[in-house]
Write a protein of this length. Structure first.
Length: 255
């Protein structure tokens, strides 16, 4: 066999080997995908609640970062153990998933407030505790703040669809109403003390502290966002609320 023919046959063999390697690689990929799909299906059947919780956790970060319109189901599926099909199975569509995220984030905040046992505290201490808890709860859940900002862009359209959130939000008002009632009966609160107004004042202070952190600290420096600065702001919030309804309330002087 001459040299030219040997080269030709060599090239044919190399081409054949390359095609076989490609076929083998595709087969390995298909096998891996099939195994992954089988594993996911087994996980869905074994612990569907854990799968849903995983989806909601990742979706919360995705929607908080990119909003409803910018959030991508593909990206959520990539970061979870679920496929797009399973996300749609559990939540219907992207809007359904977004609403479920809103309900979950509200539940997290309200559970923090519900855990407070203020019924046995005197009214002034109870109100101070609720204000402190609201400030801390907002500061510790920046994703909640971002999602509420996004939902306000949508004029609360998805919040209105929820049957869960109004019931969740009622619990903090119930606590404040009880505190106001006891405070008035004991002659400690002014007659104008109103639970909804107190919640609005407290939430406004606590929400702004997180929602405007980036622009405020860029404009005026980081002093209020140091641990000591945040502690001082929380005290100011308590003083402001108590000063509005507690008869004769005098804030403790700042050290």
């Amino acid at each position: 066999m001459d040299r030219k023919n040997r080269k030709g046959r060599g090239r044919v063999q190399m081409t054949h080997d390359a095609k076989q390697m490609t076929r083998d690689a595709k087969e390995i990929t298909r096998t891996a995908q099939d195994e992954a799909a089988t594993s996911r299906k087994a996980h869905w059947k074994q612990d569907p609640d854990a799968v849903k919780a995983d989806i909601l956790m990742v979706a919360t970060e995705e929607f908080a970062a990119h909003g409803l319109s910018g959030g991508r189901i593909d990206e959520i599926a990539r970061k979870t153990k679920a496929s797009k099909r399973m996300i749609y199975y559990y939540f219907g569509d992207k809007e359904g998933l977004y609403q479920a995220v809103l309900e979950r984030i509200y539940l997290t905040l309200r559970e923090h407030e519900d855990a407070l046992e203020v019924e046995n505290l005197d009214p002034v201490s109870a109100l101070a505790r609720l204000v402190t808890a609201t400030f801390e709860g907002h500061a510790n859940t920046p994703l909640f703040i971002r999602l509420v900002m996004i939902e306000n862009i949508h004029n609360a359209a998805y919040l209105r669809r929820s049957e869960i959130v109004p019931r969740l939000n009622r619990t903090i008002i119930d606590k404040l109403e009880d505190v106001c009632r006891r405070g008035k009966e004991m002659g400690l609160f002014y007659d104008h003390a109103d639970a909804l107004e107190l919640h609005w004042i407290t939430s406004s202070f606590s929400f702004y502290n997180v929602s405007n952190k980036a622009t405020f600290s860029t404009s005026f420096g980081e002093r209020l966002y140091t641990p000591e600065g945040q502690k001082q702001l929380m005290k100011r919030a308590v003083d402001m609320v108590l000063g509005s309804v507690v008869i004769g309330y005098v804030p403790e002087p700042t050290p």
